[in-house]
Design a protein around this ligand. Structure first.
Ligand code: HEC
Length: 186
């Protein structure tokens, strides 16, 4: 091969290497702006969404007899699906660094950690906090599947799995003193 061809080939390869390097440069992460605290996420997004799931399959036994609540219409099932979806995405919102409670919040009970104490615990090990958020996500993703399949038993079972995912995190970060009183859940 003539020397100038070798040089041209080398330049071409170098060019490809450069292009590849540029393509593999990760884009900077988008800037995220948390709007509310963890507590307000709980009150306004997580808790109401969980209630939709908890309340969708209920059997009440009273003097009047047995009253069964089940999702029946397409609309009922879409509500359950949306609640599961909201919970799954809320796990990502929980992972975004944000305040635990509004600055003027003084509602922590004696047995509860205060918002600054909770934040210190979260900041000390964000990976662990993320695992509890993932616990919520995994149950919610399963919930989305059972709601799409219109599986009444699946939604009922989901209720207790969901409760466990909530309690696991609360027992670690919110009222860890109760851990002794509550038997460990899977
Ligand atoms: C990754 C951790 C985590 C998960 C998962 C989680 N929570 Fe919470 N939650 C917290 C923390 C921390 C607080 C305490 C915030 C505070 O009041 O200082 C809290 C507080 C709450 C509160 C009280 C809000 C208030 O007004 O004081 C409710 C209600 C609640 N969570 C419901 C739920 C439900 C329902 C689920 C499951 C569907 C859930 N949480 C899952 C971390 C979590």
């Amino acid at each position: 091969m003539k020397p100038h061809r070798l040089v041209a080939g080398g330049v071409l390869l170098f060019g490809i290497a450069l292009i590849e390097q540029c393509a593999s440069q990760p884009a900077p992460p988008p800037e995220l702006t948390p709007i509310v605290s963890v507590k307000e996420l709980m009150e306004n997004i997580v808790d109401p969404a969980a209630d939709v799931i908890f309340d969708s399959v209920v059997t009440e036994v009273s003097a009047k007899g047995i009253v069964e609540t089940r999702p029946t219409t397409e609309e009922d099932w879409i509500k359950v699906q949306r609640a599961a979806l909201l919970l799954a995405e809320a796990s990502n919102l929980l992972k975004m660094p944000r305040q635990i409670a509004p600055a003027d919040d003084t509602s922590a009970q004696p047995a509860e950690l205060t918002p600054p104490q909770i934040l210190a615990k979260v900041d000390a090990d964000r990976a662990q906090w993320g695992k509890y958020a993932d616990g919520l996500r995994d149950v919610a993703v399963k919930g989305l599947a059972v709601a799409k399949a219109k599986d009444v038993d699946g939604v009922f079972e989901l209720g207790s799995a969901l409760d466990t995912a909530c309690e696991n995190c609360h027992l670690e970060y919110w009222y860890p003193g109760d851990k002794k009183a509550v038997p460990p859940k899977p």
